[in-house]
Write a protein that binds this ligand. Structure first.
Ligand SMILES: Nc1ncnc2c1ncn2[C@@H]1O[C@H](COP(=O)(O)OP(=O)(O)O)[C@@H](O)[C@H]1O
Ligand SMILES: [Mg+2]
Length: 480
């Protein structure tokens, strides 16, 4: 079969919600991969973990090491996700990075293994070299004849280099392409002969006195020399998953944008693997192992873990980075306890990065960076109180109070968040510890996990029992 690798509307994918980490633009390392003392790229403290992440970054950049597992372990709100995001920002644009949360694989309409397979294959890049034939020249004239009935269009394109000039017949598709690119006489364009894709390279210098067809950002280029037809090697990187989707006949590449890819047949994947291996042999393609980040990895169950174990052995495997805040806890789907809830065989092949709690100064810095990012002006007293709250509850809770307090400040028409705004939002919104204390006190008014609720003194049964929520590491729901 012939395998397609070009996905023409690439920029539509990869919208992700990482607003909580929007202040982070890298790991904040210097040229020797040492974490900078001062906050850098939005990163504060956590030096050991950042340095370790820098080593991983180097491994990924070298491209030769794949199929490794890294576990970032540490208490909640210690920057595990933040470090993974920083790492992803530091990777070159051609290195794929995929982030999923452990619970996600249960909520898709796919089987667990299919969801994981897709995540793995999204994290493997294939860099493909292709020779294409291009027509490159300056447009002399475009002549389009529209038939009166509308439907069919015909036309001629006259195009030249400094050495020659040719006339091409135009069909419907080319006319549409020229129109949508707003190509005019005097533009220098390039046409990909196989796909018909038209790219405007700029306006010819000979037209630089031609004020009519110029915007403020018009780029001027030389009229090409020599032959109109040229050969060029273009290199593009796609993920194995994209190749899967484009070539799985029932879906086509449109499925990439709807996200509705469904299960992909294993025969399709086998064929693609064979083909890609062939291209690699022939020097036409290069495998770029990327990074798969699985946040809250303790949400996975034993079947998913053994899948990961196996997938790491695969010929095309990414570096898998996992994050967890669990200590010794049960692995879902088993009765065994193990460190971080990871089965021992997977734990054994993982290298572990520890994150630790922040000190006062670091919390203060992170909160003020967050406030800057959210364009909130904090009074020094307000910042001090938020820092104290951050130390006593969690960093995440404290940073959530920034925007809430800002709303309260705006309501009383102040541009600056003062102490009283923090105080009021602290009372309005509970942190998890106070919420737990409240629940213990008033538990009889809530639906319990057998579905009973106590309303006005008598107990009634609620239909579907809600899933048990985990309040500590041991009380995981293992029934899924
Ligand atoms: N070292 C750090 N530098 C800058 N911001 C941080 C740092 N660590 C955590 N944060 C920010 O604090 C919040 C909580 O951190 P997060 O990474 O979500 O913690 P975890 O994943 O360990 O529970 C996030 O908004 C995160 O961006
Ligand atoms: Mg996290």
């Amino acid at each position: 079969m012939s395998i397609q690798t070009i996905n023409q509307n690439k920029d539509l994918k990869g919208l992700s919600l990482i607003a909580a980490h929007s202040h982070i633009s890298g790991l904040g390392l210097d040229d020797n991969l040492q974490p900078r003392e001062q906050s850098s790229q939005g990163m504060v403290g956590q030096f050991r973990a950042r340095k370790a992440a820098g080593v991983i970054l180097k491994m990924v950049e070298n491209g030769s090491i794949a199929g490794r597992a890294v576990l970032i372990a540490g208490p909640p709100s210690t920057g595990k996700t933040a470090i993974a995001m920083g790492l992803s920002q530091s990777l070159g644009k051609d290195v794929p990075f995929t982030a999923i949360a452990g619970s996600e694989i249960f909520s898709l309409e796919l089987s667990k293994t299919e969801a994981l397979t897709q995540a793995f294959r999204k994290s493997i890049g294939v860099k493909i070299k292709e020779e294409t034939e291009l027509i490159e020249g300056e447009v002399v004239e475009i002549q389009i004849d529209r038939s009166i009935t509308g439907g069919h269009k015909q036309g001629k394109l006259t195009i030249k280099t400094t050495d020659m000039e040719t006339i091409y017949e135009l069909g419907n598709k080319m006319i549409d392409g020229l129109t949508s690119e707003k190509v005019l006489a005097g533009d220098v364009i390039s046409i990909d002969k196989s796909s018909g894709k038209i790219t405007k390279l700029g306006r010819s210098f000979t037209r630089s006195r031609d004020y009519d067809a110029m915007g403020p950002d018009t780029k001027f280029v030389q009229c090409p020399e020599g032959e109109l037809q040229t050969r060029k090697t273009v290199v593009h990187t796609v993920s194995l998953h994209e190749i899967d989707v484009i070539n799985s006949r029932s879906q086509g590449f449109l499925a990439l944008f709807s996200g509705d890819t469904g299960e992909i047949r294993s025969e399709v994947r086998d064929q693609i693997n064979t083909k890609v291996a062939e291209w690699k042999e022939e020097g036409k393609a290069e495998i770029v192992p990327g990074v798969l980040f699985i946040d809250e990895v303790h949400m996975l169950d034993i079947e998913s873990f053994s899948f990961i174990n196996r997938a790491l052995e695969d010929e095309f495997a990414p570096i898998v980075i996992m994050a967890t805040n669990r200590g010794v806890t049960k692995t879902r789907g088993t009765n065994y306890k193990s460190p971080h809830g990871l089965p021992l065989d997977l734990l054994d092949r993982s290298i572990i990065i520890q994150t630790s709690s922040y000190n006062e100064e670091e919390i203060k810095q992170i909160i003020s960076i967050r406030a800057q990012e959210e364009e909130v002006d904090l009074h020094p007293d307000a910042l001090n109180l938020l820092t104290k709250i951050g130390q006593e509850t969690s960093l995440r809770y404290a940073s959530n109070l920034i925007s809430v307090s800002n709303q309260l400040a705006l309501k009383r028409r102040s541009d600056v968040v003062e102490l009283e705004d923090i105080n009021r939002s602290y009372i309005l919104f509970l942190d998890s510890a106070r919420s737990v204390a409240y629940l213990q006190e008033f538990s009889d008014q809530y639906i319990d996990d057998t579905g009973n609720v106590n309303i006005g003194g008598h107990t009634s049964k609620v239909e579907a029992a809600p899933a048990a929520t985990a309040s500590n590491g041991d009380a995981m729901d293992t029934s899924a």
